[in-house]
Design a protein around this ligand. Structure first.
Ligand SMILES: C[S@@+](CC[C@H](N)C(=O)[O-])C[C@H]1O[C@@H](n2cnc3c(N)ncnc32)[C@H](O)[C@@H]1O
Length: 314
């Protein structure tokens, strides 16, 4: 969906552009190229390792050169308003959020995101960020009720109750320390005939506990709101999500900002566009085409939504 995202953001030289989830800098490079050496690019990532990786790739010159100002920070995209203010900027003309986790993070066993590689049971984007808790702390100390709710609500895992119960039983024998230890406990909760199916039975539980460890849905909600409010007139925000709960938050916030308001002074029409600063572009979320899914199966669940702040004169 890269071409579609670039078309919707429609970046031109001199603008202020933000990639709030800069990750491996794939999208960032394309956005910076379109600044053509003029303007400001702000790249944010909650994970200091990813911000550093993006810096190396961008500074290696894959962006076509030029003198666009580069601001790369380890921060959550919800901090965009403060970062704009620190940089002396009023707002952003284009913001991209490609929400979730990067395969680079999953592939690094030491981060504790992967159920298939043995590593410490951590699962945080930034272990030194206040307010986050490693997955090991959640599974070793949280009440069964909370574990069950997270696993069910954050990943629709049908065996959530059984998995939570088994986690609590197992931790009394010895605490969980590694990713594979937790994965084995989860797999044992599945009926034998389903233990070898794809996706791996631990996929959903690991996703749910990562979301809980990083308090992700709270930050998605606060972050999308902050990015919408940071747009300059005419500016657009694109949100790509891979998780239905995150897409629901994007949809609800876009509807909140972009819906016609009721007009108490007009007794004939209940709603009006007056005073509404934002328009939701396109009905429903855009999905990747079959060709893209064949090349990148992970793209199958991607949903793209766009909201635009209206020009002052609109
Ligand atoms: C799917 S990747 C982005 C990939 C990127 N678009 C690229 O082209 O390589 C998502 C990134 O978002 C980061 N992330 C997750 N939550 C975040 C948040 N609240 N604020 C900023 N970055 C976040 C993750 O660390 C990860 O690097």
């Amino acid at each position: 969906m890269v071409a579609e995202i670039l078309a919707r953001l429609n970046v031109s030289p001199g603008q202020v552009v933000c990639d709030g989830t800069v990750g491996g800098a794939g999208h960032a490079i394309e956005l910076i190229r379109r600044l053509n050496g003029k303007g400001t690019f702000i790249g944010l990532d909650r994970d200091p390792g990813m911000t550093e990786r993006a810096r190396i790739r961008i500074e290696a010159g894959e962006t076509g050169g030029g003198n666009a100002r580069l601001v790369l920070r380890t921060a959550r995209y919800g901090e965009l308003p403060e970062i704009l203010a620190e940089e002396g900027l009023k707002g952003a003309d284009a913001v991209l959020l490609d929400i979730g986790i990067n395969s680079i993070q999953v592939d690094d066993a030491a981060r504790g995101f992967s159920f298939s590689k043995e590593g410490p049971l951590d699962g945080r984007y930034n272990p030194s960020e206040p307010g986050t808790r490693p997955v090991s702390e959640l599974v070793n100390t949280e009440e069964e009720e909370n574990l069950s709710r997270w696993i069910r609500e954050y990943s629709d895992e049908r065996f959530a109750r059984k998995i939570a119960k088994r986690i609590v039983e197992r931790r009394t024998e010895r605490p969980f320390e590694t990713t594979t230890d937790l994965a084995e406990t989860v797999v044992a909760c599945y009926p034998p005939a389903k233990r070898h199916l794809k996706p791996h039975p631990a996929t959903r539980t690991f996703q749910a506990l990562r979301i809980a460890a990083n308090n992700e849905l709270h930050h998605v909600e606060a972050g999308i709101r902050a990015c919408i409010e940071s747009l300059n007139p005419g500016g657009a925000l694109c949100v790509i999500s891979y998780h239905s709960g995150e897409d629901r938050i994007a949809k609800r916030l876009f509807d909140e900002f972009g819906s016609p308001r009721s007009d108490p002074s007009n007794m004939y029409s209940a709603t009006t566009w007056e005073g509404v600063d934002y328009r939701v572009e396109s009905r429903g979320a855009a999905k990747p085409g079959a060709e893209e899914v064949a090349l990148n199966p992970r793209a199958r669940s991607a949903r793209l939504r766009t909201i635009r702040r209206q020009e002052a004169s609109e």
